[in-house]
Design a protein around this ligand. Structure first.
Ligand SMILES: Cc1cc2nc3c(=O)[nH]c(=O)nc-3n(C[C@H](O)[C@H](O)[C@H](O)COP(=O)(O)OP(=O)(O)OC[C@H]3O[C@@H](n4cnc5c(N)ncnc54)[C@H](O)[C@@H]3O)c2cc1C
Ligand code: SF4
Length: 555
């Protein structure tokens, strides 16, 4: 009979669960990781080098299967015929929204979670972010500041490997970077022209990305093949499968149980402690219980909130499920850049450029608080530009072989404010394929996000104008759908007061001290930077705190 009692239980094996597994096992705890999805074997499951001609639909996708089983997941730009196996089945895992307020809940149910398909952009927060709620009188104050997290950012970045360029900006602190990926000739040109026009106020830098530019902790450098969202057999980008879970396994103290859907927490009223968790086996539907001295919820922000709500635990503040945040997208602009037609790019750099936040940093914008950063890049029209053009014969082939002009694109990622009415609650009747009650998600942008979105078009056009671009085209797409930026967070926020927050400054439940929530649920505000680096740093910090408390007999 396999053991059912452990020192620690971690729910989820994605970005944060992988980190909790690594830290807790390395600190000496026998740790059980419960993962709802299937196991992943890189040699069998990764498909980044699979050519389209080996796919039944040549990489274009099985539209009928997608429409019937993955109608929500397929809205992601990273979803395709090769990568669709890493995304959740929407029929087995339903949720609802109000008819006029769609929310894209992108999920990845497998060992590794979304760490297999993520974009790997990693940016630190600064006190501009940690002090924002206090400064603006919004929601509640973060219980921590940058100084609390800085050593943990170092700790995480040193392990995952982040390539990037130090820029010395107060709003985007630097880290111990691996060599930066090179910018192409047009991106360098735009960087120089922006510097001439905007000085240090608006700078363009290469993206900070968890892809290796040199060998690192036994993992090989990236060979620029491109489709990282389909896996990476050389382990050149950070994922739980590629890095944290092997480190945890190496301690000999990890037990990983796939196909284990946690349906609820078991509460020991006498001790006011979580005694363990109840799971449903995804394959047999049998129920089991596991016990531990400490439990970490790392199931992703909305799933962790769902577990708490279904358990009726940790919600004395009535904040569980509230304050859903994402980042608003689809504002920006692109334009043509003349010249450099004798230059081409070699390989597929899995990274773009970044323009760190510049609004409301040193001066106040009249229309909104907070701000946004730009991602994007420059490229030359390639053969794909003629993909849908009519033609046949040698002249057509010659046209496919000749590259077109360069263009430059900026796409904004804007901060979303925490608002209690943006809320996920347990659906009164709907359940998933295993009978676990589902979520009803009600979330929309506020006027502040919409003002940020409008400003993205204006500022991106200004950057392109400074670069001497022609034919500048501001985005016409309108605001993205909430959830669509993949950055769900805020549903069990940290705070200073148990009456208004779910977690204390150590990601620890105010109500039940041996319960920790360290995924995006813990976020008190959203910043505008991609958030997963902050989740990882918070997770590592919380693990060390939990182990110290265990050693002192406080849990
Ligand atoms: C296409 C895409 C691009 C992205 N790009 C970036 C980026 O560039 N930078 C960035 O910072 N972030 C990015 N993200 C977001 C990033 O992936 C998430 O922030 C991150 O994965 C969250 O980590 P997590 O551990 O909370 O959740 P996940 O990585 O999703 O892991 C959660 C795990 O928990 C499991 N689970 C869920 N419920 C249960 C349950 N009841 N019982 C047991 N297990 C359960 C899931 O199966 C999953 O394996 C991107 C996401 C997507 C989809
Ligand atoms: S581009 Fe680099 S990190 Fe991405 S899959 Fe290819 S080798 Fe791996």
């Amino acid at each position: 009979m396999p053991p059912t009692d452990f020192d620690a239980i971690v729910v989820g094996s994605g970005i944060t669960g992988g980190w909790a597994a690594k830290e807790l096992t390395e600190l000496g705890l026998r740790t059980l990781v419960l993962e709802a999805g299937r196991p992943i074997v890189p040699e069998r499951d990764y498909v980044e080098h699979k050519p389209p001609w080996e796919m039944p639909f040549r990489g274009l996708g099985d539209r009928r299967a997608t429409a019937s089983r993955q109608s929500i997941q397929s809205h992601s730009v990273s979803f395709d015929e090769l990568s669709h196996v890493f995304w959740t089945d929407d029929v087995d895992n339903p949720y609802t929204t109000p008819a006029d307020r769609p929310f894209y809940w992108f999920r990845a149910r497998q060992v590794g979670g979304k760490s297999i398909i993520w974009g790997r952009q990693v940016y630190r927060w600064s006190d501009l972010d940690f002090e924002a709620n206090l400064r603006d009188g919004i929601a509640v104050d973060w219980p921590i500041r940058y100084a609390d997290l800085a050593p943990w950012y170092d700790h995480v970045e040193r392990f995952i490997g982040v390539s990037g360029q130090a820029e010395g900006l107060s709003q985007l602190p630097d880290g111990p970077f691996l060599p930066a990926m090179a910018m192409n000739c047009v991106e360098q040109h735009v960087r120089e022209r922006m510097a001439q026009k905007f000085g240090r106020e608006r700078i363009l830098t290469i993206g900070r990305v968890a892809n290796l530019t040199q060998a690192h902790h036994g993992r090989a450098p990236c060979h620029y093949c491109g489709p990282c969202h389909r896996g990476c057999i050389t382990r050149s980008y950070f994922s739980s499968i590629n890095a944290t879970l092997p480190a945890a396994r190496a301690t000999g103290r990890l037990t990983l149980r796939p196909f284990s859907i946690v349906r609820g927490l078991i509460y020991d009223k006498e001790r006011n402690r979580i005694a363990g968790v109840r799971i449903v086996d995804a394959q047999t539907k049998a129920e089991r219980e596991y016990t531990a001295r400490v439990v970490f919820l790392c199931a992703s922000a909305l799933e962790s909130a769902r577990i708490l709500l279904n358990s009726g635990i940790g919600n004395s503040s009535d904040q569980v499920g509230r304050n859903i945040m994402d980042h608003i997208k689809w504002g920006g602009a692109s334009g043509g850049i003349d010249g450099w037609t004798d230059r081409r790019e070699i390989g597929e750099r899995p990274n773009g450029i970044y323009v760190p936040r510049f609004r409301n940093v040193s001066s106040r914008h009249p229309d909104f608080i907070r701000g946004y950063g730009f991602q994007g890049g420059a490229d030359r029209d390639g053969w794909r530009a003629s993909l849908h053009a009519p033609g046949i014969g040698p002249a057509f082939k010659a046209r496919l072989n000749s590259l077109g002009p360069w263009s430059m694109t900026f796409e904004g990622f804007g901060e979303m404010l925490p608002r209690a009415e943006n809320r996920a609650a347990i659906h009164p009747t709907l359940a998933d394929a295993w009978g676990i009650p589902s979520l009803h998600i009600d979330c929309k942008w506020s006027d502040n996000e919409l003002a940020i979105h409008r400003d993205m078009n204006v500022a991106a056009a200004e950057l392109l104008e400074a670069a001497g671009a022609r034919d500048i085209r501001p985005s016409t797409r309108g605001p993205s759908t909430p959830g669509g930026t993949n950055h769900e967070m805020g549903t069990a926020r940290m705070g200073r007061d148990p009456k208004t927050s779910v977690l204390n400054g150590w990601n620890q439940s105010w109500d039940v001290p041996n319960l920790f929530v360290t995924d995006g649920a813990a976020m008190t505000s959203s910043g505008c930077q991609n958030p997963s680096l902050t989740y990882m740093a918070l997770t590592a910090r919380a693990c060390h705190h939990a182990v110290e408390q265990l050693k002192r007999g406080e849990l």
